[in-house]
Design a protein around this ligand. Sequence first.
Ligand code: UD1
Length: 348
Amino acid sequence: MSKGKILVTGGAGYIGAHTVVELDAAGYDVVIADNFSNSTPDVLDGIERITGKRHSFMEVDCSVREEMRRLFETHPDIDAAIHFAAFKAVGESVEKPLDYYRNNIDSLLFLLEELTRNSRAGGVVFSSSCTVYGQPSKSHLPVSESAPLQPAMSPYGRTKQICEDILSDTVNAANGRLKSIALRYFNPIGAHPSALIGELPRGVPQNLLPFVTQTAIGIRRELSIFGNDYNTPDGTCIRDYIYVCDLAKAHVRAVERVLKLNGVGESLEYFNLGTGRGLSVLEVVNGFMEATGINVPYKIAERRAGDIEQVWADPSKANEVLGWVADTPLEIVFKSAWEWERKIRQKI
Ligand code: UD1
């Protein structure tokens, strides 16, 4: 018997697709809503091959009110929503701020309108980001949920902060009818062990690991490491890289918790999703080469504007309250990213 029907907006995207797989494994029915703005219908085939099931799908632009309404009219029995649908490229957000504000904010507004209007669903899990912490001071590393938030450095980051505020105001006004969890992701990497779903960056990858795998396979000549003169042990920036399947599992725990509505916790709770371990860029590149045996040519380049020097998570709140831990060994994570890169290049 199904444990409930979960709407996953952006369910054909990178983290969304992995989350659909984990929700299915945990016994939930899923409705995927996506407009393929940064994904392809093939992802739905990949999910079907992994789960052995074709989940409900609606092609929906969540930032169009009528489309969101149609989604809830078609599925009035949704029990909770996970909201991934959003634009996420930092550089692009600087060039096209209005697109980012409109898309990322309207889609949340229209989802919340439906949830507070007449939906039976009372729970929403939101994709937030560690970007809300900016560069934490040394005394706040590893960064916990109580660390001060910093003004975001890009329109993308600001949409995440604004969306957290919108959620907070909305759950407060809902007087217990709505419960929400904002999950602040650190740096998701890797792919499902089947290599049937993974990250599909458009154009030149901006994120580190897709650039590493594309260099390893020969699409890119060499990786540029953006700066080795930071105040870190090896001079390169430090991040908390979390396996996407571990990240996806945290969403299942969050859904279980929001489904309890007023049973537990505050109306809006925040959780950091990371491993608790910071890795430098050089450690990532060397770790990838060791795990896969593939050489990745690299050079040291100028710093990238806007980069944060070092940030990694204190995930103890998620560990304790959600009963979740990101524990997949890095070797497996790097191998999964490599298998996925090889698989998609065979297809293209
Ligand atoms: C970036 C975004 C962040 C977003 C996150 C999502 C910026 C400033 N921040 O974070 O808002 O939430 O992605 O995953 O873009 N690096 C290289 N060479 C490369 C690519 C990256 O050296 O070709 C380095 C970067 O300088 C950084 C680290 O690798 O130190 C990780 O970079 P990236 O994967 O882009 O993630 P973030 O910068 O943490």
